[in-house]
Ligand binder design. Sequence first.
Ligand SMILES: NC(=O)c1ccc[n+]([C@@H]2O[C@H](COP(=O)([O-])OP(=O)(O)OC[C@H]3O[C@@H](n4cnc5c(N)ncnc54)[C@H](O)[C@@H]3O)[C@@H](O)[C@H]2O)c1
Length: 292
Amino acid sequence: MSSLLSGRRVLVTGAAGRIGSVTTEHLSGLGALVTALTIVEDPALKADRVVIGDTRSEEDVATALEGADLVVHLAALAHRDSGTPYDVYTGNVISTFNVLAQAGALGIGRAVVASSINAYGVPMNHHDVLPAYYPLDEKIPSDVDDWYSLSKQNDENTARMAWRHWGIDVVSLRFPHVNSPDVLRRQSDGFRTNPVAGVREGWSYLDTRDAAYAIELSLTAQLSGQHTLFVAAGTTNAPFATEDLLDAFAPRVPRLRRFAGREVPMDLTAARTVLGFQARHELDLPTDRLET
Ligand SMILES: NC(=O)c1ccc[n+]([C@@H]2O[C@H](COP(=O)([O-])OP(=O)(O)OC[C@H]3O[C@@H](n4cnc5c(N)ncnc54)[C@H](O)[C@@H]3O)[C@@H](O)[C@H]2O)c1
């Protein structure tokens, strides 16, 4: 049990979601007192306190923040197609502003926010674009053409503003595709037949349990300020060598270094340095010959 979270009250928004439910259970297991803010009732939630509410509502968030020492903000419409463009964009940015502004004004010391690999825009972009370079890193130029990606980019700006204005430390985690091993394995089967589908994300992925672990470290690491960090497994979920994939599907994109085996073409240095994060659950895949 992590003594660092023992007895500390952590608000988790979006607690009934894919990452939220695993995170709520993980933090509770570490001795945290979790307040779960959820818009839908979920009897399976392993939380000490449950608030049914909407992260867009000032009143609901104020209620949920009562007694909180730390905040994990995961609630969002998690895809471009999860609602109208208006609902996805405004819902996400208003929620993040509302949660961070209230947490900051209350003097809460630390928040973790779910950003996304989509904050750099390229993965969901429906134009014919590729990353500016590999490995993807936190400074990669963005090319946003959808409202979900824009909402995540704005959430990172909101995090910077909240830190500057109220001094609340914020870790914005740029999650790649996060899911259970079964779903990730099915995606990997898809990449076997259609490997180009993962080129804009660098075939990156993260097991949901590792997302919860990255959140734990973001709450407990010694840091100050606002940090935007890519987190991912160290390997890809494509069953081919990364260099072969890049030769085939992104031959003109500059590579700033070479990649060994199935190494993910994403720079994970910042997450390792700031959080001490390294994924604990990686897919055991073969490295097959890529036929193109
Ligand atoms: N799973 C992924 O692959 C992935 C990748 C990158 C980023 N993210 C981000 O991580 C976070 C969690 O994602 P997830 O996969 O668990 O998604 P999810 O859809 O399973 O969970 C999100 C939860 O937020 C809730 N929610 C939405 N709007 C709300 C509102 N206004 N008030 C209260 N609750 C609201 C939903 O009901 C849902 O339970 C999201 O911010 C998402 O954008 C997820």
